[in-house]
Design a protein around this ligand. Structure first.
Ligand SMILES: [Zn+2]
Length: 268
């Protein structure tokens, strides 16, 4: 039996959120103790990108994504794509995100959301970065938009996947990775079939902290230390070991986001 912890990368956590302001150092220390040695913080607009960048400057193993969340797509200036392009060149930035469509909330119209998404996909292709995609009740439109941009080079993560295996198949065929959060642990989850369906080389793991807290901590703030709870559910559903889940999800995150092979923390 190995005494070594399984190592994980939390590919989606919003550590700039107000909930983390008072104890972020402790949150990241607990994550490291749980084997979660690296994480990606996707911004939701330029203001949160600046907050995330300050976090990445203070702590090791923190990477960033820059993008405009569909909730914030209505408040943009005409030259936002220039600003996005500029931030995309920041050395800690590994993706354009979080971008996408959200037809559940009504913060701005589908046509505005789609226009902003198209512009950001153009920038992603131009700078050669993968995308982190948010999808809520917008399955068909989101897939149609990303397919339009798929010239064989576009890669990305369908984050917090909550659709069925039929949709997963289309997403995989379009060349994208699929990522699950604590939602796979919920008692009413119907995600087991799709969680088993995603092949080893396209599977990613994330918390989406502070949201989507896995069982048995539902109702509390989510944080990266809970990744092993999600990994255990992956292992159970997919009939694989947690060590295997650790290996494949870490390898896929490193490949997709072009991270260093291993961080200093992981080697120690
Ligand atoms: Zn998110």
């Amino acid at each position: 039996m190995s005494t070594q912890r399984d190592l994980f990368i939390d590919t989606h956590c919003h550590l700039f959120w107000e909930d983390f302001r008072s104890d972020l150092a402790a949150v990241l220390a607990r994550a490291r103790d749980a084997g979660v040695t690296r994480c990606i913080i996707p911004a939701t607009d330029f203001e949160t990108f600046h907050q995330a960048r300050e976090i990445a400057a203070r702590f090791d193993g923190v990477y960033l994504a820059v993008g405009i969340h569909p909730h914030d797509a209505g408040k943009l200036s005409a030259d936002f794509a220039d600003e996005l392009r500029r931030h995309a060149r920041d050395e800690k930035v590994v993706a354009i995100g979080e971008i996408g469509l959200d037809y559940y909330y009504d913060f701005c119209t589908p046509s505005v959301q789609q226009r902003v998404l198209h512009a950001q996909l153009d920038v992603a292709r131009e700078v050669g970065l993968p995308v982190i995609l948010h999808n809520r009740e917008s399955d068909d439109d989101l897939l149609a938009v990303v397919r339009e941009h798929q010239d064989g080079t576009l890669r990305g993560q369908f984050h917090c996947f909550s659709s069925d295996a039929r949709y997963a198949r289309a997403v995989l065929e379009a060349g994208f990775h699929i990522s699950f959060t604590g939602n796979v642990t919920f008692k009413k989850s119907i995600l087991d079939p799709v969680l088993s369906y995603v092949p080893d080389d396209r599977l990613l793991i994330e918390t989406d902290a502070p949201f989507m807290t896995p069982v048995p901590y539902r109702g509390k703030r989510n944080e990266p230390m809970h990744i092993p709870l999600i990994a255990s559910r992956f292992a159970l559903t997919r009939h694989q070991s947690v060590a295997h889940i650790s290996r494949i999800t870490t390898r896929n995150a490193v490949d997709l986001f072009q991270l260093e092979r291993s961080s200093r923390n992981e080697r120690s």
